[in-house]
Design a protein around this ligand. Structure first.
Ligand code: NDP
Length: 267
């Protein structure tokens, strides 16, 4: 796992658990790459015999350039969180969106198909989840962002894929109606802020999802709870994106429930 900073990463623990569960021999370590030395760090790792790596902040965009080829989902995300070193070169992949969707559909048991989905934010994390969400054919996907033009541009990029009238972009104040799934992909929770949306965005029985996770509910999830939503934080997404990366490298997808519970207990 390459990042800077990297000390906080839970990924070594997660992948060690997956390796034990699936009987795979795997060594997975944190590597602090210098801010100006990401590509060199990757190539040094390959020379050591590395088979694959995860990439986190701030290298997810640079990892696109390090890759010789991208998967469709990495290309759609415009960012890479998983590198696979193969005979054909370095393949850049992105498992964040698949992780989010698996956590919503499988772990939370909430279908996306035919539902109204609101995505708050249009940064790297939001960009990565649009394609995997659209693959489930929601009735509507509204992308709302503080900088309106970024939301509109992101919606335009995916308009054809979503089908007529399905994907749209707007500002927080222009969101209309209620949604079955509301995903907070802004970094507002880091500063204990809630994106300024009306409580009416939560349709009765809505699922509120925050990509952030912490011991106690984020301010966004507290706000959602006050308005009757069911809550889900980003810990499941973290565990699922790791499972997806593991299956890219090893061809076997680990079971995630126990690992998610262990991490939850440690928060
Ligand atoms: P970016 O910096 O790329 O984007 C930040 C986004 O948040 C932008 O849309 C920005 O709007 C918006 N924003 C920032 N501050 C505020 C605010 N105060 N009010 C409203 N909107 C705000 O970050 P990322 O997309 O990479 O990450 C977003 C979050 O997702 C982070 O908290 C990150 O930790 C989390 N994440 C979780 C993962 C998981 O596995 N659980 C995986 C990946 C990310 P604007 O365009 O106007 O600046």
């Amino acid at each position: 796992m390459f990042g800077n900073p990297i000390a906080h990463s839970k990924s070594p623990e997660i992948h060690a658990a997956y390796a034990a569960q699936t009987g795979q021999a795997l060594r997975y370590e944190k590597r602090l790459a210098p801010l100006d030395g990401f590509a060199a760090a990757v190539h040094a790792f390959i020379a050591e015999g590395g088979k694959g790596a995860n990439v986190t902040v701030p290298f997810k965009l640079e990892a696109v350039k390090v890759a010789n080829a991208l998967t469709i989902r990495a290309q759609a995300a415009g960012a890479v969180n998983t590198l696979h070193f193969t005979e054909d070169g370095i393949i850049g992949d992105n498992t964040d969106g698949a992780g989010l969707v698996a956590d919503i559909v499988v772990n939370a048991g909430v279908a996306i198909t035919g539902q109204r989905v609101l995505l708050l934010g249009a940064g790297g994390a939001a960009r990565g989840v649009v394609l995997p969400i659209l693959e489930h054919r929601p009735a509507q996907l509204v992308i709302a962002n503080r900088t309106v033009a970024t939301a509109v541009a992101l919606a335009e990029q995916f308009a054809a894929l979503g089908g007529e009238g399905v994907v749209s972009g707007c500002g927080f104040a222009d969101i209309e109606g209620g949604f079955d799934i509301v995903i907070n992909a802004t970094s507002a929770s880091l500063g204990a802020e809630v994106p300024p949306v009306s409580p009416s965005v939560f349709a009765p029985g809505a699922l509120a999802f925050d990509m952030m996770y912490s011991k106690s509910p984020t301010v966004f999830l507290q706000f959602a709870a006050q308005h009757g939503a069911r809550l889900r934080d980003g810990l499941g997404m973290l565990v699922e994106q790791a499972a997806e990366a593991f299956s890219v490298w090893r061809g076997v997808r680990p079971v995630t429930g126990e690992v998610l519970q262990q991490l939850r207990d440690q928060l």
